[in-house]
Design a protein around this ligand. Structure first.
Ligand code: NAD
Length: 431
């Protein structure tokens, strides 16, 4: 099963259990449209390379499609479609007026010069311009894309359309219409969902040891906010490997040093002087299997599988990455008593503040950071509560509950256009 088939199988399984009508599940089986393109990019040495790229608009029942663009050497069509399906569920879980979409390019951006990366980003927009737009499909950053790239992409779109259109893309630099608080939004949303969980289960920050896989945008901010709250961040990793310390790390020191050296090292920094601290070096696989209280996968999908699930020791997993747990593993983790706060809720802070950015761009009025944070907290708390209620009242996992909330919302919108029963009852009425 590839990652997309796995994502669809999960929708089918949960949909059936939650009593979702088969025709609604059927809608969610089919990506609405996917554009595949080859992006010709002039390299600095004068040669031209062609990078395959995708954009998928999965489902637009609840609004224009929304989702990030990933530049990574392992991007596949199946991955983009799975991510777009998860975006569909995610936007419905938090109740924002979007459908789900996603994009990707098969490229290792670390091998490109800044100018090559700009040409690639602009080529992506030229290829996808027919399906992208502020009322149609609104991209954002994802793995290995960032605010600067979003700025180039918005600029290219505006050049083609010959008008200002900042709402075409979110996650832009603040000076180009980005929203305050967007950079930290995914991490903050995950942090808020951990606070909600703590309220209901009595987690005590000072006694709670956390391991974070992936110290990028999402992983860093969730670690930073948890540390400020008193949680102990005992392990962190990036694509090169993991570090572990029973005492816990000073998250700001790790971040500051990583910014300066591009490497994640076990350090404590006073001003600009950083010193190594006692630690163990681990592989990313070993980090996943640590005996900690909370495990936060915040890198890529498919890291907890049938192969390693039996070795997972954390009783709580917060899915900050999209799809870090393979669908077939859900029942095993349930059986093991592991509580999983699913990606479609735990990392929804990013798309929620992207929605705020889009609203601000359309209003032509920028919100303060406090407004962004308090509205995000309101949405995360409401969505967590809805998921929790369904989980408690229907006796299902948090993931099943979140999917049920989302699918019921999508079903209601589809039913508003008329169901089979509606049309059957009225057949012949107007003839
Ligand atoms: P990012 O590019 O900022 O960071 C990714 C991090 O993962 C980097 O530190 C990288 O070194 C690390 N990494 C890569 N391969 C790894 C591996 N094999 N093992 C361990 N670490 C590895 O990306 P991000 O924006 O932080 O996204 C991370 C995850 O969060 C992705 O699954 C993404 O889809 C999801 N997400 C991000 C946002 C957002 O707004 N940034 C929103 C929702 C979901």
């Amino acid at each position: 099963m590839n990652v997309f088939e796995d994502a669809v199988a999960r929708v089918e399984r949960i949909g059936e259990h939650a009593g979702i009508a088969p025709e609604i599940v059927d809608v969610l089986r089919h990506p609405r449209e996917t554009l595949m393109a080859s992006l010709p990019v002039r390299m600095d040495d004068g040669t031209t390379r062609h990078f395959p790229a995708f954009r998928c608009r999965y489902n637009s029942v609840l609004g224009p499609t929304k989702g990030g663009i990933r530049f990574h050497p392992h991007v596949t069509l199946a991955e983009v479609q799975a991510l777009a399906l998860w975006m569909t569920i995610k936007c419905a879980v938090v109740g924002i007026p979007y459908g789900g979409g996603k994009g990707g390019g098969i490229v290792n951006p670390k091998e490109l010069s800044p100018m090559e990366l700009e040409r690639l980003s602009r080529a992506y927009v030229r290829a996808m311009v027919d399906i992208v737009g502020p009322n149609r499909d609104i991209p954002a950053p994802d793995v290995y894309t960032n605010a600067r790239i979003m700025g180039w992409m918005a600029d290219e779109y505006e050049a083609i359309m010959r008008r200002r259109e900042p709402a075409v893309i979110t996650g832009k630099p603040i000076s180009l219409g980005g929203s305050l608080g967007r950079d930290e939004a995914t991490g903050r949303g995950a942090y808020l969902s951990i606070l909600e969980l703590a309220k209901r289960t009595g987690l005590e920050p000072a006694k709670t040891r956390v391991a974070v896989q992936g110290f990028g945008n999402a992983g860093y901010h969730v670690a930073r906010l948890l540390a400020l709250e008193g949680y102990k961040i005992v392990a962190a990793s990036d694509s090169q490997g993991a570090i572990y310390s029973e005492q816990g790390f000073d998250v700001e020191s790790l971040y500051q040093n990583k910014q300066a050296t591009r490497k994640l090292k076990a350090v404590y920094c006073e001003g600009s002087v950083c010193e190594f601290v006692d630690h163990n070096s681990l592989s990313n696989d070993e980090l996943l299997e640590l005996d900690v209280d909370i495990l936060i996968p915040a890198a890529l999908e498919g890291v907890i599988t049938q192969e390693n699930v039996s070795r997972i020791r954390a009783p709580i997993i917060i899915e900050v990455a999209n799809g870090p747990i393979e669908g077939s593993v859900d029942p095993v983790l349930e059986e093991m008593g592991v509580r999983v706060v699913p990606d479609v809720l735990a990392n929804a802070g990013g798309v929620t503040v992207s929605y705020f950015e889009w609203v601000q761009n359309r209003q032509g009025y920028a919100w303060t950071l406090e407004e962004v944070r308090s509205r995000l907290a309101e949405i995360m708390s409401r969505a967590f509560d809805e998921m929790w209620q369904v989980s408690e009242s229907e006796g299902v996992s948090l993931r099943s509950a979140a999917y049920a909330v989302a699918m019921r919302r999508i079903a209601e919108a589809i039913a508003s256009h008329g169901t089979r029963e509606y049309f059957q009852e009225r057949r012949g009425e107007d003839r």
